[in-house]
Design a protein around this ligand. Structure first.
Ligand code: ADP
Length: 434
């Protein structure tokens, strides 16, 4: 086999190499001399890093030489980046951590807001990586249900980080059944099941409060995490619903720093609405390298993530466990059935939102289940609607086959030998195994 073509890149100090790699391509990158980092995580010299289906920047503070094998769809060096302001932001947060250590207080609770595709997740990674590089153990809270940096899309999660975030895998998708990249502790995930907080804002609000309670309990017990603080990544909603979510979030997580990325009006509104209550509101510029992701790229990223959840990555392969389940061994649940009914169809006086957190049992059938990815609740028995909604997740399963006549289904699970728990959430996640 012929060797993939190689290209050498020399980067001056504070420059970055921006690359986009398609999903059907593999690109290898090696740092030859100098220092470089990907979203805050340092590269080791003379090690090959492999990327597929990624858009990213390799940034250097002091200059470096890189070699790349394979073909990117986009590749260029940029010498204008907002990295110095991001580093200064980290240094200001670190001051708060030092103070927290001296006073036995709390580290910064940072909320990152802005529209879609301004670099919120990338900035979260950088601030978390810089904190980790200073031996801090921050908690990453991901409220972006459309993406699912930590587990699958449709979840709200919190992950205590103790190890560096992986250059190739990011936060990874090793999910709720196992510790994830960057963490030796299992992430905490709650199932929302919709792509936008707007789809069921009542349920979103409920889960956000539940997650915040779990995070504050964790902060009470974990001294290092309390002093290191939390970084909260949000989804890009900045209309009235978005503002309501931001306000809820500030209250629930006792946010004391809001970073507004790349949006003047949002910055001015956040200053007006929240600065008087003692929250620091800071504006940071969007990096020119941030790439808008179209729906096809997002869909491919989602498929890639689901595949990784069950089969792992080239570096960390997993063999999923395939098992046959009787329909009657599980209860398949869905949230908010009926919320689509027009208000006029509801009984007089009944609040339309009542149905938004209604839990409905779904009759299993091939039509509904085949190729679905379901979230497995940690609940052992059917409690009240609220309790089951607020129970965190054990993991996910994929329905690969349905044997309608025998009332059975074959499911894939990443945990060999473990019988999945009884209550499974059905959302809109579908995946056709390739
Ligand atoms: P948001 O969270 O605001 O939606 P992301 O941080 O996910 O935005 O960034 C959008 C896309 O741009 C991601 O694929 C990310 O990896 C990419 N990206 C971010 N910063 C850069 C950069 N400096 N160079 C190249 N790609 C970048």
């Amino acid at each position: 086999m012929s060797k993939p073509e190689s290209q050498e890149w020399i980067l001056e100090e504070e420059n970055e190499l921006r690359i986009e790699v398609d999903f059907d391509t593999k690109v290898k990158l090696r740092l030859i001399t100098g220092t470089a980092e990907v979203f805050g995580t340092e590269l080791a010299q003379n090690i090959d890093y492999e990327f597929t289906g990624r858009k990213l920047a390799i940034f250097t503070w002091h200059g470096c030489k890189l070699v790349m094998y394979g073909k990117c769809s986009v590749e260029y060096i940029a010498n204008e980046t907002p990295m110095v302001s991001y580093l200064n932001m980290h240094l200001a947060l670190e001051q708060r951590r030092i103070l927290a250590t001296q006073n036995n207080g709390q580290g910064p609770r940072v909320l990152i807001v802005g529209p879609n595709d301004v670099g919120k997740t990338s900035l979260s990674k950088m601030l978390l990586s810089y904190a980790l590089r200073q031996n801090r153990h921050p908690i990453y809270v991901d409220l972006d249900c459309s993406e699912g940096s930590i587990t699958m899309p449709g979840c709200l999660t919190a992950t205590p980080l103790t190890e560096m975030i992986d250059v190739e895998e990011g936060f990874g998708s090793s999910a709720t059944s196992a510790p994830t990249a960057g963490s030796a502790v299992m992430p905490l995930a709650y199932y929302y099941g919709f792509p936008s907080p707007k789809d069921n804002s009542k349920l979103y609000g409920l889960l956000l409060s539940r997650l915040a309670q779990s995070v504050s309990r964790r902060l009470e017990e974990d001294d290092a995490a309390r002093k290191s603080g939390i970084v909260i990544d949000t989804n890009g909603l900045i209309d009235s619903t978005g503002y309501e979510i931001i306000a809820n979030c500030i209250k629930a997580f006792s946010v004391d720093v809001i970073i507004v990325l790349g949006h003047e009006r949002l910055y001015s509104d956040m200053t007006r609405l929240h600065q008087k209550s003692g929250v620091a509101v800071i504006k940071l510029a969007k990096s020119g390298g941030v790439v808008e992701r179209d729906s096809s790229f997002r869909r491919q990223t989602q498929n890639h993530k689901i595949r990784e959840y069950f089969y792992g990555t080239t570096k960390n392969e997993l063999a999923p466990y395939s098992t046959m389940i009787n329909y009657h061994d599980v209860e398949i649940l869905r949230v908010g059935e009926g919320s689509l009914a027009p208000s006029s169809a509801l009984p007089i006086g009944e609040d339309r939102k009542v149905s938004e957190t209604h839990v409905v049992k779904v009759d299993p059938s091939e039509h509904i289940l085949l190729h679905s990815v379901l979230a497995v609740s940690n609940a052992d028995k059917m409690k009240s609607e609220e309790e089951i909604l607020e129970t965190n997740l054990a993991g996910f399963i994929y329905v690969s086959e349905v044997h309608e006549a025998r009332k059975k289904m074959t499911v894939l699970s990443p945990c060999p030998g473990r019988i999945p728990k009884k209550y499974w959430w059905l959302g809109s996640l579908q995946w056709a195994e390739d």
